[in-house]
Write a protein that binds this ligand. Structure first.
Ligand SMILES: Cc1cc2nc3c(=O)[nH]c(=O)nc-3n(C[C@H](O)[C@H](O)[C@H](O)COP(=O)(O)O)c2cc1C
Length: 173
């Protein structure tokens, strides 16, 4: 996937609203698939350490199954995606996290119009907030936290219908 295309997509996401119109979101694009794989390996290391230390949280997040798959060559962490887009911001900036997540949501919604597919990288984001070896690998600017990330590539499947969802639970007053 070309850098131009990734830049075009981020160019759309930058129109997302930000708290106080701070426009303070920063982006880190991991373009190199080998590096994406290496970062996934660090997430797997984090999961193994959690499974050893605080099994309850790790088990509730099904990390045992994720690690089992990883060891069989199935990547349920970053889905063997070729690229990863991380939205980060200053932790002292109010609403940084909300702004990053809104921008990533714009990015996710815009991706199919450019022929691209995304998947939220929740395991990666959690590890990137807590696991020093992954934080070192990302080397974000001082004071920044990675508030969200999506894997991105060309979709393998074409959806024929909407995925099923529960009915909304709404309180009317
Ligand atoms: C906040 C969030 C974090 C997620 N993290 C991961 C992840 O780390 N790895 C993964 O493969 N999928 C991840 N997903 C994808 C969800 O598993 C997926 O969206 C959900 O199962 C519904 O499937 P659908 O989007 O195809 O309808 C995440 C989704 C969200 C919203």
């Amino acid at each position: 996937m070309s850098r131009d295309l990734l830049q075009k997509l981020i160019g759309i996401a930058r129109y997302a609203p930000t708290g106080h119109n701070s426009q303070s979101i920063r982006w880190l694009v991991i373009e190199d698939a080998t590096e994406v794989r290496r970062l996934g390996g660090l997430v797997a290391d984090w999961m193994r350490s959690l499974l050893a230390e605080s099994a309850e949280y790790a088990l509730s997040m099904h990390m045992d199954r994720v690690i089992d798959s990883w060891e069989r060559g199935i990547d349920r962490i970053l889905r063997s995606a070729p690229h990863l887009i991380v939205a980060h911001g200053l932790s002292t900036m109010p609403l940084s996290q909300s702004s990053c997540l809104i921008a990533l949501t714009y990015l996710e919604l815009a991706a199919p119009s450019l022929g691209l597919g995304t998947c939220w990288a929740g395991y990666f984001t959690a590890a990137a907030n807590f696991y020093p070896p992954l934080q070192d690998a990302l080397a974000l600017p001082k004071g920044h936290l990675p508030y969200g990330a999506v894997m991105i590539g060309y979709p393998m499947y074409r959806y024929q219908r909407m995925p099923p969802r529960n009915k909304p639970e709404i309180g009317w007053r």
